[in-house]
Design a protein. Structure first.
Ligand code: B3K
Ligand code: ZN
Length: 910
């Protein structure tokens, strides 16, 4: 719903929560589906909530035409209710009420993709967070849980398939060319989990036997022509079901579980009870069309939505401030699922590293910018703006810390108690913590600050070895920057996993001064100790330390913090070569590389200000050549990694990948995107040069001939081979051009084909234009592949604003499809920093144009794009001024959605 242009959208506060005045027992709905105007008849059985003091009935509705409203059989006259700004109030109502409401909605006109909408001729719904109110008037809040029965009626030819939540209890013909299907969901649910799908769809289905012996029907529904792309989603679903039984003792509670793929979708997928609706991107895959990363993402998202069935659906959120209760927990569960699917220790580490990279790349900046919020926020304007990396990924880290503190078994006990207490309820983050506390007899009151305080804690670590006393002190100081609305931060309860390495690189036995047991007598104590930092400054003393160790701190990234520790380059190389904790091995390499990159970035910065054109290029190379510092050591360390036969290829690939431009940007005081880009590119080509022969060897050693399989081992090899290719291409010589072209032409799977296309596009290879157009021609009928084609060009080193504007003219481009809009526009604004932040500000003009244009189509997508300028305060004054102007231009646009308004207002106020 559009706002009055003059009005500032109102803020909702967590402290204002009040229980609903009425509870709903049952909801019966009848839909006469028509793209132009769909009639929805709803019958709601309600009763006054004994736990509430409020009297009247409050219903929410948006963009609806109210046809009739009956209370206990009597039609209400306009004087008996108030209809104002999306709210329908009935001030006087008896204790028991049956409401009958008839509304009209216009699915075809609905481009926001919230509520009931049409995609490629079929009907879909999206109700989380507040979309149900676009279907009917309802107490559309998650703490109102009810049982639903749904009758769908539609033209049989146009909409042969009619689906809703739960079980199909009846279907038949209506005689007038229409047919019907009646669905009943046996479980109480909040309205945000309601769903319907209607249209021309086909499915892959199978009967699956649960551990208990009960048989369930699993279906993956897609448009005709996509049935050859559903197997991986089906396999992932079965694996998810089995995993939740085994790891958490949680069984599928329905007889039927459906996944439906839709091409127009605002996010990844939606966990509607028994009827998950997915972005096609997270369902459809076959080797010719999807990459290894796509395969892994499908497994993760199918798992995520399935796991919501318990963490989210059976136990849901009291209010939207508690969103991380379901999202953080469910992300943690999907991360563990993906890790367990790989199985090996190093496979788990690879998954962990991937997850931490996302956290650092996206969540740390969010925590340091205008939209910073705690895992359980205190206020929002538009809840859709709070489906963030903080709620999801940092929320998952918070859940992971319980497991680190309580152990796997302790965590499981806490989960069991959580379900025992809260099944069928809408609860709060505090209830989850209480279950963990009570099941384990632990005091986790200080741990609550992870929910209430925003910002990424900083950890300063110093160490001291006393050779005489054989003691080793680890001193940690924690702090946290202020965030909007939160000036004062109190110390967090931080689990810090620590190991100590001897001079040969072996783990030393650990014994804290406070520990009575000698670890030699109890090997179970292990080689990693989780220190619990609770004060602003604390020293932990290890005793019986035979020699001066090299410390390995924050193993497996045991807490979402930024850790500063004074390693020498030699110590980092040592850790990279020897640490038994694979995460910290990788981390040591990243630290080493970051050092080189910072020196190089500073060198580039000095040149960028003083020269231009060819002179600048020469000056830049000269400056960097003199600044190479430890890059020889880095190359040597990488060489050791590349030829360490004990390592998984997937780990090797991560270890030799340099920190991304956005991670480097966060580490600068003032971001200079061109300097960062130049430095990273320079270092890559330098490494390509020094390691040239090694890279060729690695390339050929990691080919994966034969049939494609997305398993971790094969995918890891492809990743390593393709990182070797991309380095070689940064050397930009004729031999590597030929290699990339050869790989492109001969590829038998999308992973290899696309990696070669990316490498070609970012090089000066003669065949790159042909390859791009060939790729388009070959895959023109596959929207998800064409998204890749746009995305790759949006991110290309050679794509400036003009090139992106040009691509927007391509007949296949449209703003109306979120995947397509994201593929080109988002990838340029978020993932092509050197070109987006062009000195003339043209990138920002482009950004403002697109935010404004998208806001007219789809406010949620527009608000996501709006966030590309979050970090504007971190740039030099020239860029800052231009960013401010662009933000102001958007802010001054009449009729902005509250989604975009919230993001822009907060950015400008920062
Ligand atoms: N719960 C949905 C996200 C809904 C987003 C609404 N703007 C998907 C998920 O997290 O599984
Ligand atoms: Zn989720």
């Amino acid at each position: 719903m559009r706002n009055d242009p003059a009005a500032t959208p109102s803020t909702i506060y967590r402290k204002d929560y009040i229980a609903p005045s009425y509870l709903v027992d049952t909801v019966e709905m009848g839909f006469d589906l028509d793209p132009v105007s769909t009639r929805v008849a709803t019958r709601i059985v309600m009763r006054r909530n004994p736990a509430s003091l409020a009297k009247g009935i409050v219903l929410l509705g948006e963009e609806l035409e109210l046809v009739t409203l009956r209370l206990n059989g009597k039609r209400l006259k306009p004087a008996q209710y108030l209809l104002d700004g999306g709210m329908l109030r009935i001030p006087l109502a008896p204790a028991k009420v049956i409401l009958e409401i008839e509304t009209l909605t216009q699915p075809e006109k609905n481009t926001s993709l919230m509520g009931l909408y049409v995609s490629n001729g079929n009907f879909f719904t999206q109700c989380e967070a507040e979309g149900f109110r676009k279907i009917t008037y309802f107490p559309d809040r998650p703490d109102v849980m009810a049982k639903y029965t749904v009758m769908l009626r539609a033209d049989r030819k146009k909409y042969p398939v009619l689906l809703s939540n739960g079980n199909l209890i009846e279907k038949g013909d209506l005689g007038d060319g229409r047919h019907y299907a009646k669905w009943e969901d046996p479980f109480k649910k909040p309205s945000y989990l309601f769903a319907l799908v209607a249209g021309k769809l086909v499915c892959q289905q199978e009967k699956y036997m649960l551990k208990s012996g009960r048989k369930v029907l699993l279906q993956v529904w897609v448009e005709k022509g996509n049935l050859d792309k559903t197997q991986h989603a089906m396999d992932s679903l079965k694996n998810s079901i089995r995993w939740d039984e085994e790891r958490f003792g949680l069984e599928l509670d329905l007889d039927r579980f459906m996944i439906v793929a839709v091409g127009d979708f605002n996010m990844g997928a939606m966990e509607n009870k028994g009827l998950n609706i997915f972005n096609t991107k997270f369902v459809l895959a076959n080797p010719e069309l999807a990459t290894d990363v796509d395969y892994a993402n499908i497994e993760a998202v199918v798992g995520h939505e399935y796991f919501h069935n318990w963490t989210g659906n059976r136990v849901t959120c009291r209010d939207w401030f508690q969103l991380s209760l379901k999202e953080g927990l469910t992300v943690f569960r999907d991360q563990e699922f993906s890790a367990d699917m790989v199985g090996t220790d190093s496979g788990r580490a690879v998954k962990r590293i991937d997850d931490v990279r996302v956290l650092r790349q996206a969540q740390f900046p969010e925590d340091a910018g205008p939209m910073a919020h705690s895992v359980r926020p205190d206020a929002y304007v538009e809840i859709n703006n709070f489906y963030t990396v903080t709620i999801y990924e940092k929320g998952a880290e918070v859940v992971r810390m319980y497991q680190t503190l309580l152990g796997r078994d302790g965590f499981r006990k806490g989960m069991d108690l959580y379900f025992k207490r809260h099944d069928g309820q809408a609860v709060a983050c505090d209830d989850f913590r209480a279950a963990m506390v009570d099941a384990n007899g632990r005091d986790l009151s200080q741990f609550e600050r992870w929910y209430s305080q925003a910002g990424t804690p900083k950890l300063q670590v110093t160490t001291h070895y006393d050779a005489l006393k054989k003691t080793y002190d680890v001193t940690m100081v924690q702090s946290c920057q202020t965030t909007p609305g939160q000036k004062k931060k109190l110390p967090f309860h931080i689990p810090v996993a620590v190991g100590l390495l001897d001079q040969h690189g072996f783990d030393m036995p650990l014994r804290l001064k406070s520990e009575a047991i000698n670890p030699a007598q109890d090997p179970a104590l292990g080689i990693t100790r989780v220190l619990e930092l609770t004060k602003a400054k604390q020293t932990f003393r290890f005793i019986d330390v035979a020699e001066k160790p090299v410390p390995s701190i924050l193993r497996n990234f045991s807490a979402p913090v930024v850790m500063d520790i004074d390693y020498t380059d030699a110590e980092l190389a040592f850790l990279l070569a020897h640490d038994s904790d694979p995460f910290n091995r990788w981390e040591a390499g990243q630290r080493l590389a970051t050092r080189s990159l910072i020196v190089l970035t500073n060198a580039a910065k000095n040149v960028i200000g003083t020269a231009d054109g060819t002179a600048r290029k020469t000056a830049m190379t000269a400056a960097m050549n003199s600044a190479v510092s430890n890059s020889a050591a880095l190359a040597e360390a990488f060489r050791i990694i590349l030829f360490d036969g004990t390592l998984d290829a997937a780990f090797q690939e991560l270890a030799v990948t340099l920190p991304s431009e956005s991670v480097l940007a966060e580490q600068s005081d003032v971001i200079d995107p061109q300097a960062i880009h130049a430095a990273r590119h320079y270092l890559r080509s330098k490494l390509a040069h020094v390691l040239n022969e090694d890279l060729w060897v690695v390339y050929y050693a990691n080919e994966t001939p034969g049939d494609y399989s997305p398993d971790a081992l094969a995918a890891g090899k492809r990743a390593l081979k393709n990182v070797a290719l991309s380095y070689l291409m940064d050397g930009d010589d004729a031999d590597s051009h030929i290699l990339a072209q050869h790989q492109y032409d001969g590829a038998t799977n999308m992973t290899d084909r696309f990696a070669a296309l990316v490498a070609l596009t970012n090089s000066s290879a003669p065949g790159k234009a042909d390859a791009l157009s060939q790729f388009y021609a070959d895959f023109a009928k596959e929207p998800l592949v064409i998204d890749k084609w746009f995305a790759l060009q949006g991110m290309a080193r050679t794509s400036d604003v003009a090139a992106v504007r040009q691509l927007m003219q391509h007949p296949a481009f449209t703003l109306n499809n979120p995947n397509r809009a994201r593929s080109l526009i988002f990838s340029f604004c978020n993932n092509n920093p050197a070109n987006f932040h062009a000195a003339d500000g043209s990138g920002y003009t482009f950004w403002a144009d697109q935010v404004i244009a998208l806001d007219n189509v789809n406010p949620q997508v527009a608000a996501r794009l709006a966030r590309a300028l979050d970090r504007w305060r971190k740039y030099g004054s020239g860029l800052q001024d231009q960013m401010r102007s662009a933000l102001q231009r958007v802010a001054a646009t009449p009729d902005l959605s509250k989604d975009v308004q919230e993001v822009i207002t907060k950015a400008l106020a920062y």
